[in-house]
Design a protein around this ligand. Sequence first.
Ligand SMILES: [Zn+2]
Ligand SMILES: [Zn+2]
Ligand SMILES: [Zn+2]
Length: 294
Amino acid sequence: MIKFTLIENSLDSIEQGLKFLQTAESEECISAYKHSLLCLFQGAELVLKEALVLIDPITIFDKNSLFKHCSSPLAPTMEELYKCKSIDIRGITQELKKHYSDIFTRANIKVLEKLAIERNKVQHFAIEISPKELNDKLLELYLLVIKPAFKIIQSKSYDVGVNGISNDEITERISKFEESFLTIKIGDGFYIGMCPKCTEYHHFIIYDGESYPTYTYCTSCDYELKDIDPCDYQICPECSWPSLIYDKNSEAGVCLVNKCYYGKEGGFVEMEPCSTCTGYEIEGSCSDCSPEEE
Ligand SMILES: [Zn+2]
Ligand SMILES: [Zn+2]
Ligand SMILES: [Zn+2]
């Protein structure tokens, strides 16, 4: 069996890259930006290779090289693979277009290609890009290349014995990356609560300059609340804040206060559109129809 440690190596590089980016931003340090670019790009390269290995390990090796070094190129041995050349960014983008064209669209691929040029510049030449521009590009790399690759990884099963890392550990690290990314991008304009769907504490609730959360998403599962309208907030029966959103897909309410019982451990609130008025029945009663019950 062929074992790879791509996933762990990629997570380590991404962690390093995000740390450098935080330092770069807070200390306006050019060399930290350079290191951030090198680490994040390497992390992206490795996590994309991991996504391709999940299809077939040989996808990440140069075809000529496989034919040259392996007695049966479609089923190489580990020893043979050590001698083979792996594909470069060009090869990676080609394989992504072939196998994951629904996830990696032209826009995503373009971000990777542009950053590849910047990475080469940093390696061989003096860097001329402004810190602000580089910061934006690195955040874009995270958002449009690394995060989609994480989604692919998280949909597969990992085992400590076989892969050296479990799904839980991967998910935990990804959640930490998301926290670093958001801190760099929007400062303290977010907080984390319990996801009502998967019950992990990976439900990112985003304010970003508004006085109420405008959208949320979970990094462990696909749960999200998009484009929340401030008019949609109802009073939560537990914490009494106007923080309760009716989630049509789940046919239940979600309180977005992370200190509230529901946001912390309760999960979904029993809630449905009221059968007689335009309001909601929350935990069995509608305050518009029967206010005296309050
Ligand atoms: Zn979740
Ligand atoms: Zn509440
Ligand atoms: Zn009613």
